[in-house]
Design a binder for this molecule. Structure first.
Ligand code: NAD
Length: 318
């Protein structure tokens, strides 16, 4: 029995607890930010408002505090959204955490000072160099994992032995784990698929979306290679696998659908998705200054179109 701490009680953090509990580990979850999730997780029946299920009674809620980091865990899981990464970076730096960490957050960061794109693991390691850090990505709708639907994901670490140890700890009959050494590639793919699923969603018909799917893959390959990931990783669960699930349903492809219908981004957001986070939009705003400066629009025309439609609020021309 291992001791696991999950930081982030949103949909993904809470769903991730389920295979861990099925493997008989002692699982704790903490929520540093959202009152809604604190209320869910500390309630008696543990009804999770995003997952729409009662979480297992054996999942223990811990109030977020500094004390948490004085305990030893066999694994700490970070399941915060991109906006929580600056916060957790500061926390990990303060407490010199030694436990292995598994990062579920998807996204990229633009470092203005050095004009560089960093993955989330690079961002964390820059501030806290000695972290024992692995990343887990792939096509995983939290609601499906929480209902134990078969889900396959990928753990990446340059040291594949560490990745496999973690995989052994968390895999179940329904939660299947693959492995990669290409940490950077896995993180890039799992982030930019949010932008490309918007593009595929704009197709409006299966025929057009399929052709956009194929062109998206070519652009993903180009970007992944330029940012020092491996081209082949685009064909892994973190690339094409995650692109499929995001394009088939989800908030990014829904926004893409409105853009395809001719709405401008701002109008579609206000009219149909005012309370939804569109991760692809957040990522565009983060990486656009770098992409516009360092990439040639002829090599990645779809990406340039989405950037234009979000930053300049122009109609998508695809
Ligand atoms: N690796 C995977 O298999 C996988 C699968 C699905 C989603 N994800 C990723 O996991 C992350 C979380 O997704 P989710 O569906 O649980 O989202 P969610 O909105 O349900 O939960 C977001 C979590 O981040 C926290 N948070 C938000 N802003 C914060 C801030 N400023 N400071 C501190 N904490 C903050 C929230 O309180 C909550 O715990 C996303 O990056 C998502 O892309 C990973």
């Amino acid at each position: 029995m291992k001791k696991i701490l999950i930081i982030g009680g949103g949909a993904m953090g809470s769903a991730f607890a389920i295979p861990c509990i099925d493997n008989n580990h002692k699982v704790f979850i903490t929520e540093p930010y959202s009152q809604r999730f604190i209320k869910n997780l500390s309630s008696k029946n543990k009804f999770h408002s995003a997952l729409k299920i009662n979480l297992p009674k054996r999942l223990k809620f811990k109030k977020y505090s500094n004390e948490l980091f004085y305990e030893k865990y066999d694994l700490i899981v970070i399941a915060l959204s991109l906006t929580g990464i600056d916060f957790i970076t500061k926390e990990l730096k303060k407490f010199k955490v030694k436990s292995p960490i598994l990062l579920l957050t998807k996204g990229l960061k633009y470092e203005k000072q050095n004009k560089k794109i960093l993955t989330i693991s690079q961002t964390l390691l820059k501030s806290v160099p000695r972290l024992n850090l692995s990343v887990l990505k792939g096509p995983c709708l939290a609601k499906e994992l929480a209902r134990k639907c078969q889900t396959s994901v990928i753990i990446a670490n340059k040291n594949i032995k560490i990745a496999k140890l973690l995989g052994k700890m968390i895999s179940t009959k329904y939660y299947l784990i693959e492995y990669s050494k290409d940490v950077v590639g896995v993180e890039i793919c799992s982030a930019i698929k949010n932008i490309y699923s918007m593009i595929i969603g704009s197709g409006l018909s299966l025929n057009k979306s399929s052709s956009l799917f194929q062109k998206s893959l070519l652009e993903m390959k180009y970007i992944t290679k330029r940012l020092n990931g491996k081209e082949d990783t685009v064909l892994s669960l973190s690339g094409i696998g995650d692109l499929y699930v995001s394009a088939a349903g989800g908030r990014n492809s829904k926004m893409g659908n409105y853009l395809g219908q001719g709405f401008t981004f701002q109008r579609a957001k206000k009219k149909f998705m005012a309370n939804d986070t569109v991760e692809g939009e957040q990522l565009v705003r983060e990486i656009a200054p770098f992409i516009l400066k360092k990439f040639n629009s002829k090599k990645i025309p779809l990406m340039f179109q989405v950037i234009r439609s979000i930053l300049k609020n122009k109609k998508l021309l695809i």
